[in-house]
Design a protein. Structure first.
Length: 413
């Protein structure tokens, strides 16, 4: 952990741990308020808060970790190199490059600020609180949306109407209620929940069953197809764990029970089954969500293959995405339909950044277990999560990736 120049009391340190993680989660491109909100004041406030956070962490930190070539710092410098190559070879000097580097730099400082245990404990507690609040609001919204008419009505970048409760967002014009918490989409919320479940099952000495149960309920209430598939793979992978403190009959019976209950509930509820899996059917290939996800893979990968080393750059990327989707399906899609982080990075930045991104996912997966089977399953989960939403400008995502690069010695301390 980074040495703090000015010794603080434990209470102050703990308070700062929570405040910093609150900023990472709440003041984020992943949320409605600071991500897709049409009110630009929120965006300006986000940059100001990130600047203050960066200055604070640099002020209190011993910055030797930036000069010592650890795995995390080396990857960060390669990311910077990759970005600069893309900038100059594409003659593209968009501000998005600075922001991309800034996020990974801030993430690098953050993961060195926390101890291994604090990082996990603070994240789980905040996601637990968010999940509880979101479930209460989800239940109320399922009864009647009219309860929220007293709250401000705002619009996201896609024109959807939202009730902004501050502690949560409620879609005002949806055909059915989905739990999105503070995030811009239910699919983003489910990523945070899946990471919380990964931490709870694989990175703690004992499973907090209360936390796990709340995370699963919140996950169900997102009605995200990818959420059900990924959490199922996570549970199955846990059955292969060989960690002596967790591989008990009791723990594995709990997971088998949760898997069975979830499977039965979904199958017995025709409406629930339809809401979750209808867009996977062959008759729904033209559905906006399914089409966008397919094009996010195919179009982006084709862009990458034609610009394999340096990508097309941030400025040119929307034009290329529209052009390549038009070639594939006969009409062009706006880049706002893109939902895949991995293939977008390949298309925008090319091979080096794409390789580094995959390497960070592998490094994260390796920390879950000594079992090759478990690591493979978790890597598959991470690929699916990062293929479900566009998270290039997510500080939390960058932080997870940098945390995954920490050495085993650091992680076990």
């Amino acid at each position: 952990m980074i040495n703090i120049k000015n010794k603080e009391s434990n209470d102050q340190t703990n308070w700062m741990h929570y405040l910093i993680f609150f900023i990472i989660i709440f003041v984020s491109d992943d949320t409605f308020n600071f991500g897709t909100n049409e009110n630009l004041v929120y965006i300006a406030v986000k940059y100001l808060i990130y600047l203050l956070l960066t200055v604070y962490l640099l002020t209190i930190s011993n910055l030797k970790f930036l000069t010592i070539l650890t795995k995390s710092s080396l990857v960060f410098y390669f990311i910077v190199f990759s970005v600069f190559i893309t900038v100059f070879l594409n003659f593209d000097f968009s501000g998005g490059y600075v922001y991309q580097i800034w996020l990974f730099f801030l993430a690098l400082i953050i993961v060195n600020f926390y101890s291994y245990k604090n990082f996990i404990d603070v994240y789980l507690k905040l996601i637990y609180i968010l999940s509880l609040i979101s479930l209460i609001i989800f239940v109320i919204a399922s009864i009647s949306l009219s309860f929220f008419e007293i709250f401000p009505v705002q619009y996201n970048s896609a024109g959807a109407t939202m009730y902004n409760l501050g502690v949560a967002i409620v879609f005002a014009d949806g055909s059915y209620v989905r739990n999105t918490s503070i995030f811009r989409e239910p699919g983003v919320f489910m990523i945070y929940l899946n990471i919380a479940i990964l931490f709870e099952l694989f990175f703690k000495s004992e499973i907090n069953k209360k936390y796990l149960f709340v995370f699963i309920l919140a996950l169900f209430s997102t009605f995200s197809t990818a959420a059900f598939i990924t959490v199922g793979i996570i549970f199955i992978s846990f059955l292969f764990t060989n960690n002596k403190s967790k591989a008990s009959i009791k723990n594995k019976s709990l997971i088998v029970g949760l898997l069975s209950i979830g499977f039965i509930v979904v199958l017995l509820s025709g409406e629930l089954y339809s809401m979750i899996f209808e867009k996977m059917g062959k008759d729904n290939i033209g559905d906006g969500s399914s089409l966008a996800r397919a094009m996010s893979v195919l179009a982006n990968f084709n862009i990458f293959l034609d610009n394999i080393f340096f990508g097309v750059g941030i400025k040119n990327y929307p034009l290329f995405f529209e052009k390549y989707t038009r070639a594939l399906i006969g009409f062009g899609l706006d880049v706002g339909n893109n939902t895949n982080t991995i293939t977008t990075i390949l298309a925008v930045y090319g091979f080096l950044f794409g390789f580094l991104f995959i390497y960070m996912l592998i490094s994260f997966a390796k920390k879950t277990s000594n079992s090759i089977i478990v690591r493979t399953f978790i890597f598959l989960v991470l690929i699916m999560l990062y293929s479900n939403e566009e998270l290039r400008y997510s500080l939390m995502s960058a932080t997870f990736l940098m945390w995954g690069l920490l050495s085993r010695k650091k992680v076990e301390n």
